[in-house]
Design a protein around this ligand. Structure first.
Ligand SMILES: [Zn+2]
Length: 196
């Protein structure tokens, strides 16, 4: 009996996470990746959610997932919000500090990690109105920081505040407080980043 109870609990957790991801307007491929649910079950879940909760429109995104890190550097406000989101990924232990800097600490497809990703995103949404970063971009940010090929976390060379760094651009790294006339990436510090 124990085994089937566990299986039921697991299945329930899978559906709960799927629903949570639908609410965050995640793409079907993202929901499949994190929950292991089939496209058909995701469709049914989506339909039942829309039927139960017609007060709020949930968009279904189609097409390609975000893949350009330039999005996080388009202006100071987006960069500021992305730094806060990165700090929340650290707080929820989706990222951690390793010998070579920030590294990924999650397994794709783990229900626990998927739930942490939702919690981090929900925390971010509570901090910002309007929140400029969609769930898909948040997930892209986490994956890009874990990959450490294009995007990294850096310190402002002047004051030590946390920033995102475009690893391929090799620009100087500074926040807007320290380099107000800088024409490159300008960013404000994220308060939650202090001490990380
Ligand atoms: Zn600074």
């Amino acid at each position: 009996m124990r085994v089937s109870d566990d299986r039921y609990t697991r299945d329930r957790a899978r559906l709960d996470l799927g629903l949570r991801l639908i609410r965050h307007e995640a793409r079907t491929c993202t929901i499949r990746l994190w929950t292991g649910l089939s496209d058909d079950r995701i469709r049914k879940l989506y339909r039942s959610y829309v039927k139960d909760d017609d007060g709020r429109a949930v968009l279904r995104h189609r097409g390609r997932s975000p893949r350009r890190i330039a999005f996080f550097f388009r202006n100071a406000e987006v960069h500021f919000q992305a730094v806060q989101l990165a700090s929340l990924f650290l707080m929820y232990e989706l990222l951690g500090s390793g010998p070579r800097g920030i590294e990924g600490r999650y397994r794709v497809g783990s229900l626990e990690a998927g739930t942490m990703l939702c919690l981090a995103f929900e925390g971010y949404q509570e901090l910002h109105s309007p929140a400029l970063i969609s769930f898909e971009h948040a997930w892209f940010l986490l994956a890009a920081l874990a990959r450490r090929v294009e995007l990294g976390v850096a310190r402002c060379e002047s004051c030590g505040g946390m920033l995102l760094e475009d690893l391929l651009a090799r620009r100087r790294v500074a926040c807007e407080d320290c380099m107000p006339s800088w024409s490159g990436v300008r960013a404000r510090h994220a308060p939650v980043a202090q001490g990380i």
